[in-house]
Design a protein around this ligand. Structure first.
Ligand code: SAH
Length: 224
């Protein structure tokens, strides 16, 4: 799978694309990740990517031409869907990530300022995706979240495929408390059941714990 990112801060991506399973998958050629400088697609001397909002209001808006032209250039090699990172977009979850992981590629445009001129969405028939109901200063971190989430679902990226099926949100009840050695640290000991070797009991304990965690984090319940 190939990921192309359009951004005014391409340098932000290098360290992230090098680390961990995503970095290894990239080295092994299972995924391709490229960050492209939006300013390369400007035509003026100042390489301007933003301008004042029509209708007034604070801040600046990302101009349509550089983003549209950048994506058009990338589309020659990447036929995947175009995604704009925007806080009001469709909310990223594990199901959407799995849907996108089935594509051959993704082209992701990172917004800055007050957002991206709406004609970018129209012209590119782009999908708007949000990583959550909060506002970041730019689309780069959201794009990294999206890429990481989608990339680890691409076959061969995560070494042991079983670790995907036992992920939170993939199975109905996952995300139980995990422990490793030492069995005791500062008086805190690992639950006996995990040392018991009784796999049926361990499975039961894990599901119980995961269910409890969900209940205690549930917003609806907290509000009551
Ligand atoms: N004034 C805008 C905020 C723009 S934030 C508003 O209220 O919606 C600037 C850029 O950051 C956005 O264009 C988008 O690319 C990115 N961004 C901020 N929060 C985001 C989120 N939750 N999900 C995805 N992208 C986000």
């Amino acid at each position: 799978m190939r990921f192309d990112v359009v951004t005014i801060f391409p340098a932000m991506f290098a360290p992230v694309f090098e680390a961990g399973v995503v970095g290894r998958a990239r080295e092994a050629g299972r995924i391709q990740l490229r960050a492209h400088d939006l300013r390369e697609y400007t035509h003026d001397r100042h390489r301007q990517v933003d301008d004042m909002p029509f209708g007034g209001g604070p801040g600046m808006v990302m101009k349509p031409e550089p983003a549209i032209e950048a994506v058009e250039a990338l589309r020659i090699e990447n036929r995947g869907p175009v995604v704009l990172m925007e806080p009001w977009g469709e909310r990223l979850d594990q199901e959407l990530a799995a849907e996108l992981a089935a594509e051959d590629g993704l082209i992701i445009v990172c917004g800055r300022y007050e957002g991206i001129d709406d004609r970018v969405r129209t012209a590119l028939d782009a999908r708007e995706i949000s990583i959550g109901d909060y506002v970041l200063s730019g689309g780069e971190i959201p794009a990294m979240v999206l890429i990481d989430t989608v990339a680890r679902l691409v076959p061969g990226v995560v070494g042991d495929p079983q670790s995907l099926t036992q992920d939170s949100f993939s199975s109905e009840l996952a995300g139980w408390p995990q422990f490793t050695r030492p069995a005791e640290y500062r008086g805190m000991s690992v639950p006996d059941v995990l040392l018991s070797g009784d796999h049926a009991r361990i499975r039961q304990w894990r599901h119980q714990q995961a269910a409890q965690r969900r209940v205690s984090h549930s917003k609806e319940l907290k509000k009551r």
